[in-house]
Design a protein. Structure first.
Length: 161
């Protein structure tokens, strides 16, 4: 019985770490590096957009792997009901970005790279909302997993005495 509790606690710790590492990468890529490249005076807009397109293409693959691992751990680890729901929500946002939003933004970048001007759109704002929502969801997963693991740690310690 104690081995099962220890395994459950390890899964909760893994969920916590994965969510926090992903949140850190998300902050670094989406909220730090991306805005910073547009502040560099030596970097032209087309180059900055092309670098951003490549960065987000690679990062979306990393997020697909992270979302899959997070959801698998949440389900297989038999976490409290809210954690798998939060993980599925993050995964849904990643999937929507991958199949719809990033290709739509890439098409706009392609127009600019060819010297054109794309029509006004709210896609970029929607992307920022998605990124912020993922950050909030990842924070909630980390918090819930940590709280659950501390609760389990206390019970395990009490069982040992």
């Amino acid at each position: 019985m104690r081995d099962m509790k220890n395994t459950h606690r390890r899964v909760l710790h893994a969920l916590n770490v994965l969510a926090l590492v992903w949140a850190g990468m998300l902050l670094g890529v989406s909220f730090l590096a991306t805005p910073a490249k547009f502040l560099a005076p030596s970097l032209s807009l087309p180059v900055a957009l092309d670098v951003g397109r490549q960065t987000f293409a690679l990062f979306s693959v990393v997020e697909i792997v992270a979302a899959s691992a997070l959801l698998a751990a949440a389900i297989l680890g038999r976490s409290e009901r809210l954690i798998p729901i939060l993980a599925a929500s993050v995964g849904s946002l990643v999937a929507l970005e991958f199949v719809w939003l990033l290709p739509a933004l890439d098409a706009r970048v392609e127009i600019i790279l060819r010297g054109g001007t794309p029509e006004t759109s709210s896609l970029h704002s929607l992307y920022i909302v998605f990124e912020a929502a993922k950050l909030v969801l990842l924070g909630a997963i980390a918090w819930r997993a940590h709280a659950a693991s501390v609760g389990h740690s206390g019970r395990i310690a009490a069982d040992v005495r």
